[in-house]
Each structure stands twice: as structure tokens, then as C-alpha cells.
Write a protein that binds this ligand. Structure first.
Ligand SMILES: [Zn+2]
Length: 264
């Protein structure tokens, strides 16, 4: 079973490197973030991984919305209204917005994430800041509508697609491992924002549990045959390194072999 995987960039933020590593960085060099959602396709089945933020959230947080998520999905041949499975890696605002786009989907979430973003930890502004309460409330409403499938740790979504609980950045963060023609590819989401977080074994500064984060970086490497098989959550190099969909901006195929030099 081999799958196609699309990384769809929808947002952007200029920043410098000292903001991307816990403890800072010796050199304040430009190191922007890109924002992605991902699509897995096989045998007519479509799985969307994360749902991004919308124009309102972008403006409120000073992010650039390059293209609405619905348009990015359409560019990759996906009609959001028809999607049946959405994996939410974690509920931070940049991964769990656009609630109205997926009226027919079942949402896949870790038990630990729902407990985290609805519980005591959110009384700390430092921990709640990357969440939008409305996104969390939308997920709670879906629970009552019977549209959430909870997972506790690793789980198989379908043949060749597995979920892996890799906490640290949030307590219920999960990555998605996908069988492809070049071997297993892991959509790491924010287990690692950049390949550099993996290479330096240094967390991104938004971190709920540092030891767990570092263990999750190791676990991530064990899930993939090489760094090229790990797709970080916010690295602009993803867009530069993988083959583009012909004639389509900001969409690349990460199931295909990278075009340029190894990640590490
Ligand atoms: Zn993120």
C-alpha cells in the first residue's frame, strides 16, 4: 500500500532564529516559519492532517495567510466538504481552525490532547496562548455530535497509516506515519518545527514538557529511515526540497524523493 502525501503551505511568519530554539540561538539570523496542512491519498481515500487557521486568526495574531486552506486543498484536488477523516495533531490555533470546512469528517484526536486543552493547564496563560478557545469549543461540540474518534497512544487509522503519540510541545501531540513508495514518511507536525530542532536536539520554545519533547524527538527518528523521511511542521525547506505539483504554487509531494541535498 503506497500513499501520496501533499504538504500545502497556507501561511507565513517572518522571524529570527533565536525565537525558534529553547534557550535562544547565538546568531539572530532570518528563520521564518511556514504554516502547512497535509493531505494523504490512497485508493480514493483522503485523509486531511490538520486544518490550519483562517483570515480572522491570521490578522489577530499577525500572521500572513498566503492562501485560505480551502483553496490550498482544492489545489491538491481535495473538496473539504467530502472529506471523511481529519487527523488533528494537536489543537494549537494554527492546526485546529476552519471548523466549518469539514462538515462530514470524523476527527481523530489523542485523549491526552483533549484533556490538556480543556483542563487545568489552560489556566496558565503561558500554556493557553497558542490555543484559540473557539477551536477547542468546536472540538468539544464535535464530541457531543459523535464526530470525534479518540486515540490513546499509537493507533492504526487504515492500512499504511498510523498515529503516534509524541508529547512535549503539547501533551497530546501526535504524528502520522504513512507508507509510501520511498518507505515510511512521518508527518511530524510540531514534534519538530524545523529539521534543525531534530539536528540540534533542541526544543522549539513552546514546550509543555521538555523531557517528553526530547524523548519524542528520539522516537520520531526511530519511526523513519532517515531525516528525509521526517516532515517537520513549519520548515520552509519542505517547500523548497520536494517536487511541486505541476502548475500549482505552495503544494509539494513529500511522498516523492527530495530534489535537493539531504536534510542532514
Ligand atoms: Zn504549529
Amino acid at each position: 500500500m503506497t500513499h501520496q502525501i501533499y504538504a500545502i503551505r497556507y501561511g507565513h511568519l517572518e522571524r529570527t532564529s533565536e525565537h525558534n530554539f529553547l534557550g535562544g540561538d547565538d546568531h539572530a539570523t532570518p528563520m521564518p516559519l511556514d504554516y502547512y496542512v497535509w493531505v494523504i491519498k490512497a485508493d480514493g481515500r483522503v485523509i486531511v492532517v490538520d486544518t490550519g487557521f483562517d483570515a480572522v486568526a491570521a490578522q489577530r495574531r499577525g500572521r500572513t495567510l498566503i492562501r485560505p486552506v480551502a483553496e490550498g486543498l482544492a489545489a491538491a484536488g481535495v473538496e473539504p466538504g467530502e472529506v471523511r477523516d481529519v487527523v488533528i495533531t494537536h489543537l494549537h490555533y494554527d492546526h485546529a481552525g476552519n471548523a466549518a470546512l469539514f462538515p462530514r469528517a470524523q476527527f481523530h484526536v489523542q485523549d491526552a490532547e483533549m484533556a490538556y486543552c480543556t483542563g487545568r493547564a489552560m489556566t496558565h496563560r503561558h500554556l493557553s496562548a497558542p490555543f484559540d478557545a473557539e477551536n477547542v469549543a468546536d472540538m468539544v461540540r464535535r464530541v457531543f455530535d459523535g464526530r470525534v474518534e479518540f486515540h490513546a497512544g499509537d493507533a492504526q487509522l487504515c492500512a499504511g497509516v498510523t498515529l503516534h503519540h509524541l508529547p512535549g510541545h503539547t501533551l497530546g501531540l501526535q504524528a502520522v506515519r504513512v507508507a509510501t513508495a520511498r518507505g515510511p514518511v512521518v508527518l511530524a507536525s510540531d514534534v519538530a518545527h524545523f529539521w534543525a530542532n531534530l539536528e540540534r536536539e533542541t526544543p522549539f520554545p513552546i514546550v509543555a514538557d521538555v523531557p517528553a519533547y526530547l524523548d519524542s524527538l528520539r522516537a520520531l527518528r526511530r519511526l523513519a529511515p532517515s531525516l528525509d523521511h521526517i516532515i517537520p511542521g513549519h520548515d520552509p525547506a519542505v517547500l523548497a526540497r520536494f517536487p511541486r505539483m505541476p502548475g500549482v504554487a505552495d503544494v509539494v509531494r513529500v511522498d516523492l524523493t527530495p530534489l535537493s541535498g539531504a536534510a542532514a
